[in-house]
Design a protein around this ligand. Structure first.
Ligand code: PMP
Length: 431
C-alpha cells in the first residue's frame, strides 16, 4: 500500500501541530505507523491522500451514523449556509433540534446546546454543583468525559491509549474534588457514599464504558448508581455523548429504562458538525443562565449549520427501519468477529449494543474485562496493533487503539460487512 503522501503530510504536520494531530489518538501512537491523512468520505468509505480506499468503522468517532456525506445532511447544510453561517442570536433551528431531542430521549425536558462533548460534561458538572451546593464529583476510572480539568482524572480514551498519568496542568485542588471508582463496582460506590455522601454533587458515568474499549454495565448497575444518588441527594449524570442515538434512538437511557437528572450529548446530535448538549429535568435546567444563575455561554453555540446537520441526521434516523437495520448489521459484524476468532483459536471478547461494537484480544482464555483494571491486565494491545495493520492493508479502517469502541452506519450494507468479515478472517488466520 502506497502511503507516501500521508507520510509527507504527517512529517510536515509534526512541525506545525503538536504530534501532527489535533486530537491525540489520531496519531496512531497506540498501533504504530503513519496516520492516514483523509481526503474524502462517501457512505461507508474513506479515501486517503494516496488514493487508498478504506471501509470506515471509526466514523469520526461516532457521529456519522448515516455514513459519510449523506445527501440529506449535505443538502441541509448547504441550504442553511446560503443564508449565513452564524448570527449569535436565536434561530428556529435551535427549537427544532431541541424538540426532536426532547421527543426522542425520555428524561430530557430542556436542553442547552454547546460545541463539544467536553463542554457538555464540564457544564453538566458545574450545573450539578450549582444545584446541590456541593463540590465533590464521582467518576469511574477508564471513563472519558472530555478534557475539562476535573474530568482528566484516571481518564480513558487517548489518556488510556498513551498510558499517560493524570495530566500535568490540572490543579491538585481541582483533581482532589474528583473521586474515582471502579466501573461496574456497585459495592465500592455504596461505601464511598456511606463515607462522603453529603459532599457529593454528582456521579457522572458512561452507560457503556466505551473509552477503554467496550465494557457494558452489569445488570442493574446503572440503576443502582442512580438509586444511591437519590438516597444521598446527589445528581445522576449520564454521559451519552457516545451512546446517544446509537444504543437506541433514545440512547442508553431508553434502552435500560433509566431516568437521569442530567444527560450529556454530543457526536450524533451534530451529524458530523461540532455540537454538544447538556439536558435534563426542567427544574434543574432552569438553573442555567439567563433563566437561572449558573453561567455558561458560547459565541457559536446553537450554530445554524450544526443545528441543520443534527436535525437532518435525527430525522433520517427516525424513519421506519433505518435504525434497526444498522443494529442488525452491527450484530452481523460482531458475531462474525467472534466467529473468526473462535475459528482461529484466538481468545477474544466481543460485544455490541445498538449500533456500537467493540472487541478485545485477550492474553488468555476464560478472563473477562469488566473495568479499567481488567482491561489493562487482560487486553493484548500489541496483538491488536498487528491486527489493525493487517486490516488497514486490506482496506478496513478500525480505531487506531485497542481501547476504543467501533461504530457502524446506515451506509454499511450486509455486503460491505461481509467483505470486512472476509478481511477479518484472513487477518486472524495470520496472527
Ligand atoms: N464523553 C464521552 C463519553 C466521549 O466519548 C467523548 C469523546 N469521545 C466526550 C465526552 C468528549 O467529547 P468531545 O471530544 O466532543 O469533546
Amino acid at each position: 500500500m502506497n502511503t507516501q503522501e500521508s507520510e509527507r503530510l504527517f512529517a510536515r504536520a509534526q512541525e506545525l501541530i503538536p504530534g501532527g494531530v489535533n486530537s491525540p489518538v489520531r496519531a496512531f501512537r497506540g498501533v504504530g505507523g503513519t496516520p492516514r491523512f483523509i481526503e474524502r468520505g462517501a457512505g461507508a468509505f474513506i479515501w486517503d491522500a494516496d488514493g487508498n480506499q478504506y471501509t470506515d468503522y471509526v466514523l469520526s468517532w461516532g457521529p456519522l451514523v448515516l455514513g459519510h456525506a449523506p445527501e440529506v445532511v449535505l443538502k441541509a447544510i448547504a441550504e442553511t449556509a446560503a443564508k449565513g453561517t452564524s448570527y449569535g442570536a436565536p434561530t428556529a433551528l435551535e427549537n427544532q433540534l431541541a424538540e426532536q431531542v426532547v421527543g426522542m430521549v425520555p428524561s430530557i425536558e430542556q436542553i442547552r446546546f454547546v460545541n463539544s462533548g467536553t463542554e457538555a460534561c464540564m457544564s453538566a458538572l458545574r450545573l450539578a454543583r450549582a444545584v446541590t451546593g456541593r463540590e465533590k464529583i464521582v467518576k469511574f476510572s477508564g471513563c472519558y468525559h472530555g478534557h475539562a480539568d476535573m474530568l482528566l482524572v484516571q481518564a480513558g480514551s487517548g489518556v488510556a491509549t498513551l498510558g499517560l498519568p493524570d495530566s500535568p496542568g490540572v490543579p491538585k485542588a481541582t483533581a482532589a474534588s474528583t473521586l474515582t471508582l471502579s466501573y461496574n463496582d456497585l459495592e465500592g460506590a455504596k461505601s464511598l457514599f456511606a463515607e462522603l455522601g453529603t459532599e457529593i454533587a454528582a456521579v457522572i458515568v458512561e452507560p457503556i464504558a466505551a473509552n477503554m474499549g467496550f465494557v457494558p454495565p452489569a445488570d442493574g448497575y446503572l440503576q443502582g448508581l442512580h438509586d444511591l444518588c437519590k438516597q444521598h441527594g446527589a445528581l445522576f449524570i449520564l454521559d451519552e455523548v457516545m451512546t446517544g442515538f446509537r444504543v437506541s434512538p433514545g440512547g442508553a437511557q431508553a434502552y435500560w429504562g433509566l431516568d437521569p437528572d442530567i444527560t450529556c450529548l454530543g457526536k450524533v446530535i451534530g451529524g458530523g458538525l461540532p455540537v454538544g448538549a447538556y439536558a435534563g429535568k426542567k427544574a434543574i435546567m432552569q438553573q442555567v443562565a439567563p433563566a437561572g444563575t449558573m453561567y455558561q455561554a458560547g459565541t457559536l453555540s446553537g450554530n445554524p449549520l450544526a443545528m441543520a446537520a443534527g436535525i437532518a441526521t435525527l430525522t433520517e434516523l427516525q424513519k421506519p427501519g433505518v435504525f434497526d437495520e444498522i443494529v442488525q448489521n452491527t450484530h452481523l459484524l460482531t458475531q462474525g468477529i467472534a466467529h473468526a476468532a473462535a475459528q482461529a483459536g484466538i481468545p477474544l471478547q466481543a460485544g455490541t449494543i445498538g449500533t456500537m461494537f467493540g472487541f478485545y484480544f485477550l492474553k488468555e482464555d476464560g478472563v473477562q474485562v469488566t473495568d479499567y483494571a481488567t482491561a489493562k491486565q487482560y487486553v493484548d494491545a500489541p496483538r491488536y496493533a498487528t491486527f489493525f495493520h493487517k486490516m488497514l492493508e486490506r482496506g478496513v479502517y478500525l480505531a487506531p487503539s485497542a481501547f476504543e469502541a467501533g461504530f457502524v452506519s446506515a451506509a454499511h450494507t450486509p455486503e460491505i460487512i461481509q467483505s470486512t468479515l472476509d478481511a477479518i478472517q484472513e487477518s486472524m488466520r495470520e496472527l
